[in-house]
Design a protein around this ligand. Structure first.
Ligand code: NDP
Length: 276
C-alpha cells in the first residue's frame, strides 16, 4: 500500500500562493482580500474560520471576519455591499444558515465565490467552463494528479452526492475521462459497486462506513470524510484495515483536508486575478 499524503502537495500550493500574492501586490498595489461572513454562533464554523484566518495570514491575504446575530437585514446588507466593494475580492458565507437566509448563498458574486457554491459557479463547472471549483473536489483531483494516477478509462466510484463534494468531484473525474458511478444512501449494494472500482472517493460523513472487505487490492482510495469520534479525526474509510489491502489510500488527517485548505487559498488568489 502506498499512502497518498497531502502534506508536500499542500506545501507546494502554499508556496505558489505566497509567490503569486507577492507578484500581484507588486503589479497592482493591492492584495487579495477575503471576507468571511457568519450568521449566529457555531463552534465548528468558528474553529474553521480561525484556521482560514491563519492560512491567509501565512500567505499575505487580507482577512476580514464579520459575525451578525439576530439581524438578517444587516447580514444581507453586508453581503450586498461585499459583492460591490472592489477591495473585497473573495467572499465566504459560513454555514449553517437559518432557513430564512439559506438563499443568500445565491447572492454571492460568482467572481468572488471562492467555495464555488453558487449555481452560477456550479453550472459553469458542469458545462465545462473555467470557474472557481469547490476546493475539496479540486483537492481530490490534485492528489490523483500529484501521484500520477491515471484517470482515463478508469472506473471511479464516488460515494456521496452533495453539491460541495460528491457531485463536483464526479464531474471533474468524468471530464478527465473516468467512467463514474455515483453512490448515495439509497444505493442498493455499495459493496458491489466498490468491488468494481479502480478509484474510490468517499465523501459521506459516516466514520469507517467503508471497510477493507468492501474494497479490493486494486482500489485507490481518496477519503474525504472528516468525522470527530472521541476527539479523534477519522475518515469515512476504515484506514487501519484498508491500508493493508488497497493499492493506495489517503490518510485522515493529512490527506484531502490538508490539500483543501491550500486549494481554498489558491481560489482566493484566482478570484483576485479574475477581478483585475
Ligand atoms: P453531506 O451530508 O452533504 O452528503 C453526504 C452524502 O453521503 C449524501 O449524498 C448521502 O446520500 C451520502 N450517504 C449518507 N449515508 C450513506 C450511506 N450509508 N451509504 C452511501 N452514501 C451515504 O456531506 P458533505 O458532502 O458535505 O461531506 C461529506 C464528508 O466530507 C463529511 O465527513 C465532511 O465532513 C467531509 N468534508 C471534508 C472536507 C475536506 O476538506 N476534507 C470538506 C467538505 C466535507 P443522500 O444524498 O442519499 O442523502
Amino acid at each position: 500500500m502506498k499512502e497518498l499524503s497531502g502534506k508536500k502537495l499542500a506545501a507546494e500550493i502554499k508556496e505558489w500562493c505566497i509567490d503569486e500574492v507577492e507578484n500581484l501586490k507588486a503589479e497592482t498595489g493591492s492584495s487579495p482580500h477575503l471576507l468571511v461572513l457568519q450568521y449566529g454562533e457555531d463552534a465548528a464554523s468558528k474553529a474553521y474560520t480561525n484556521r482560514i484566518a491563519k492560512n491567509c495570514e501565512n500567505i499575505g491575504i487580507e482577512f476580514e471576519y464579520q459575525q451578525i446575530k439576530d439581524d438578517p437585514e444587516s447580514f444581507l446588507a453586508i453581503l450586498k455591499n461585499a459583492n460591490q466593494d472592489p477591495k473585497i475580492t473573495s467572499i465566504m458565507v459560513q454555514q449553517p444558515l437559518p432557513d430564512e437566509l439559506k438563499d443568500s448563498l445565491e447572492m454571492i458574486n460568482p467572481k468572488k465565490d471562492i467555495e464555488g457554491i453558487t449555481s452560477a459557479s456550479l453550472g459553469k463547472l458542469f458545462a465545462g467552463y473555467d470557474t472557481l471549483v469547490p476546493a475539496t473536489a479540486e483537492a481530490c483531483m490534485e492528489i490523483l494528479d500529484y501521484y500520477n494516477i491515471p484517470l482515463k478509462g478508469q472506473r471511479a466510484v464516488v460515494v456521496g452526492r452533495s453539491n460541495i463534494v460528491g457531485k463536483p468531484v464526479s464531474i471533474l473525474l468524468q471530464q478527465r475521462h473516468a467512467t463514474v458511478t455515483m453512490c448515495h444512501s439509497r444505493t442498493r449494494d455499495l459493496t458491489a459497486e466498490l468491488q468494481n472500482a479502480d478509484i474510490v472517493v468517499a465523501a459521506v460523513g459516516r466514520p469507517k462506513l467503508i471497510t477493507a472487505e468492501m474494497l479490493t487490492g486494486n482500489s485507490i482510495v481518496i477519503d474525504v470524510g472528516t468525522n470527530f469520534v472521541d476527539g479523534k479525526l477519522i475518515g469515512d474509510v476504515d484506514f487501519d484495515s484498508s491500508a493493508e489491502k488497497v493499492k493506495m489510500i489517503t490518510p485522515v488527517p493529512g490527506g484531502v483536508g490538508t490539500v483543501t485548505n491550500q486549494v481554498l487559498m489558491r481560489n482566493i488568489v484566482k478570484s483576485f486575478k479574475n477581478l483585475h
